[in-house]
Design a protein around this ligand. Structure first.
Ligand code: CA
Length: 236
């Protein structure tokens, strides 16, 4: 039998737990459930799952404490499950080292897409993949990291150095949300002002160059209150 990808699902709400579990099992994942933090932590260390789906609001513990503890020793991808209104919580979880988040109510296709993306990124990190060498490609957009060249529908587009750095960072993390702070510290350094306005200005320029209709973007999406997400690379 083929190796199944193992997912640890940490969630105390029975309905959500059943729904996610059923969806994943029917798509060939192996799922272990934990309904509290005390149940989850020993399972993480003993089973070392391929991925963790983590509800932040657990009965006995803040999910954030689990992220903090896991990140001291493992890079297992963690996708946070959170309620719609808790933007600050999502940002904090991402900055703490979570890989992505899902907002309740969760749809099956989104759930599966997020899991695939998170697993792909963790594989790349582990295997030193060639992603950073070959160009990013989606629809009409090609970003060549080595040549610092962006083409859209065959036409080269000129970006400033900062703009190129931002778009390259988003493309190298395509499919994942990047928080404002993550982008800012990657581009301007860890001691940069955490004011988002320079980033927003640059993003507006990038969008004007990339998107035919910035109100309906095809390549760079805004996650309101959180950050930006680049469309998934097609050549993964
Ligand atoms: Ca909960």
């Amino acid at each position: 039998m083929a190796h199944k990808i193992s997912v640890l699902l940490v969630e105390d709400e029975k309905n959500i737990c059943d729904f996610i579990s059923t969806s994943l099992v029917s798509h060939n994942y192996r799922v272990t459930e934990a309904h509290s933090g005390q149940e989850a932590l020993p399972l993480i260390t003993s089973q070392c799952p391929d991925l963790i789906l983590l509800d932040l609001g657990l009965p006995d513990m803040d999910g954030m404490d689990i992220i903090r503890q896991v990140r001291t020793w493992a890079s297992i991808p963690i996708i946070v499950i959170s309620a719609r209104t808790q933007e600050q919580e999502k940002v904090a979880a991402l900055d703490m080292g979570a890989d992505d988040y899902l907002t309740k109510p969760i749809g099956t296709s989104e759930l599966l897409a997020r899991i695939r993306t998170a697993l792909r990124h963790s594989n790349r990190l582990n295997t030193g993949s060639l992603l950073y060498k070959r160009p990013f490609c989606s629809r009409d957009l090609i970003i060549d990291f080595e040549k610092h060249k962006v083409t859209l529908a065959g036409k080269e587009i000129h970006f400033t150095q900062i703009e190129f750095k931002i778009i390259a960072l988003l493309a190298q993390n395509s499919g994942r949300v990047m928080t404002y702070d993550t982008i800012i510290s990657n581009i301007w350094g860890p001691y940069a002002d955490d004011d988002n306005s320079i980033l927003r200005v640059n993003m507006a320029h990038i969008r004007r160059k990339l998107e035919q209709n910035p109100a309906e973007p095809k390549y760079v999406f805004t996650e309101i209150g959180i950050g930006y997400r680049m469309v998934e690379d097609e050549m993964h």
